[in-house]
Design a protein around this ligand. Sequence first.
Ligand code: ATP
Ligand code: MG
Length: 344
Amino acid sequence: MSRSGQKDRTALLDVRGLTTRFATERGPVTAVDGISFAMEPGEIIGIVGESGCGKSVMSQSIIRLLDYTDHVSYEGEVWLSGEELLRLSPSRMRKVRGNRVSMVFQDPLTSLDPLYPIGDQIAESLRQHRRLSRKEAQARALELLRMTGIPSPEQRIKEYPHQLSGGMQQRVMIAIALACEPQLLIADEPTTALDVTIQAQILELIVELNRRLGMGVLFITHDLGVVSEICTSVKVMYLGQIVEEMTTARLFANPLHPYTQGLIRSIPRLDGDRRRKLHVIEGTVPSLADRPEGCKFVTRCPYADAKCRSEEPPLETAEEGHRLKCWYYREIRSGAREATQYGE
Ligand SMILES: Nc1ncnc2c1ncn2[C@@H]1O[C@H](COP(=O)(O)OP(=O)(O)OP(=O)(O)O)[C@@H](O)[C@H]1O
Ligand SMILES: [Mg+2]
């Protein structure tokens, strides 16, 4: 995988130095800050981090959904199978969106149109991108609904969004997203609004479709348990940056960034050790107007010192496939550096 020099030609997605800024009354703020990563076809990559870390802004920048916000600007490059998306004209971009890349959101009801039967809404994308006739599109819509495992698809296809439960609405959103067999599916907390049983079914569906259709999935969540179930690798975001990335197995076995360690220790354990106190990462994510100069995690890090406050650490390779942004991860790992502030 090339990080400098030539772009990665085999990659499904190659994001290079992606930066997204919003103009605000207090001046420009940086919501996504120089993100680079590559994704191979068929991979499921998890993106985690607390609320406000920039997960949604990053994914919406990739598919350029923020184009419709007048105060946004992008920098960097987003290559999808060899085509750079940030420089495409709005009309070319409309041909990519919903066709080669699709997105599923947390709240399906805000994305579905209350005025049309769901069959029409699935068919719409097919008619637009694949120029199918009305009849062909309706037949394919039924096939897609059936594939999502919705009960009685022949009946449901004629119904309106409000007639469906939350889990069924999310299945419809997935059917719409998959209508044109995208190479890449971006799922932004697709199961957060659902109860646990339905959540498990939707996750299973996404994994099954990933295997069957070979599409890449960028899976955004704040639930590390979900990541461990379905993702092969994971990127931890903090204040608009990737602060650590590794395989999912390493995430739990050997997290090195103090932020990732805090996230892992804050997961409630079901193995019965009730004496173990639930760890809380002190403080909150700073607002974009108050991003620290050096390491972005400095205001909450128990190991931070003056260097962390003034100089930003690079994203460094700790092991093959494991990178992180921390000046002191070696010392923290060996125990040579102790927590000074919020340590247990
Ligand atoms: N249109 C916008 N204009 C200005 N700032 C924005 C806009 N959209 C998002 N932001 C800011 O960008 C930052 C990142 O937000 P984002 O929605 O990407 O977080 P997130 O990681 O997806 O959080 P959550 O887990 O709550 O969904 C936040 O500080 C947010 O306030
Ligand atoms: Mg979000």
